[in-house]
Unconditional design. Structure first.
Length: 195
C-alpha cells in the first residue's frame, strides 16, 4: 500500500473550515466567515495587490505564509482582533503550541520549513512577512465597508483601532495605507466606526 506521510496533516487542516470568525458574509445571509475562507481570500488579495508593495516581495512566499498562518486556529480558535491585550498574549502561547503540533504532523524537513515560515509571518520583520500580515489585516477593511461596518459596528470599534491594526501598510504599501485611511474616514462619517 502506498504511504503518503503528509496524509495526517492534509486531513487535519480540513478542520480549519469549522473555525468561525467575527466577520459576517452579506452575500450569504450574514453567516459567519470561517478561517479557511478567510485565508483563501487574503491569499488572492495579496496576489492581486502585490503591485502595491513598496519593497520587493516574493509573492509566492507571501501567499504561502497567508495560507498557513491561521492553521493554528484549529487548536487555539480565532480571537477577535480587538480583544484585550492579555487575551492576545495567552492566544500567542496557544498558537505557538498549535503550530508545533500541526506542522509536526508533516515529515521533519517540511515541518521545520513551515514552522519557520509561520514564525516569520508572526514576527513580521521581513518584507514578505510584513506584506503578508498587512494583507491579513487590510482585508477586513474591504469586507466591513461592504457590510455597513459589519463587525466594527457590532463591537463598537474605533477608527484608531483600525489604523493601529493596519500600521504595517504605512511602510510596506503606502497607497493601500491611504486607502484604509480614506475608508475609515468614510466609515466614521456613516456611523460604522467610532471616531
Amino acid at each position: 500500500m502506498t504511504q503518503i506521510p503528509q496524509a495526517a496533516f492534509i486531513i487535519e487542516i480540513d478542520r480549519l473550515k469549522t473555525i468561525k470568525r467575527q466577520l459576517r458574509l452579506p452575500h450569504d445571509d450574514q453567516r459567519q466567515e470561517n478561517s479557511a475562507e478567510h485565508s483563501w481570500h487574503v491569499a488572492i488579495s495579496a496576489l492581486i495587490l502585490a503591485e502595491y508593495a513598496e519593497q520587493p516581495i516574493d509573492v509566492s512566499r507571501v501567499i504561502m505564509m497567508i495560507l498557513i498562518h491561521d492553521l493554528v486556529e484549529i487548536d487555539a480558535g480565532d480571537m477577535f482582533a480587538f480583544a484585550d491585550a492579555s487575551d492576545h498574549a495567552e492566544q500567542e502561547l496557544q498558537e505557538l503550541a498549535a503550530a508545533k503540533r500541526i506542522f509536526g504532523l508533516l515529515p521533519e524537513e517540511q515541518a521545520q520549513h513551515y514552522l519557520k515560515l509561520w514564525l516569520e509571518f508572526e514576527a513580521a520583520e521581513t518584507h514578505d512577512a510584513r506584506f503578508a500580515k498587512a494583507m491579513d489585516r487590510a482585508l477586513p477593511v474591504f469586507q466591513n465597508m461592504q457590510n455597513e461596518g459589519g463587525s466594527w459596528a457590532r463591537h463598537n470599534v474605533s477608527q484608531q483601532q483600525i489604523l493601529d491594526r493596519n500600521a504595517h501598510l504605512q511602510t510596506c504599501a503606502p497607497k493601500l495605507w491611504n486607502y484604509v485611511n480614506e475608508q475609515t474616514d468614510l466609515a466614521v462619517e456613516k456611523g460604522w466606526l467610532r471616531h
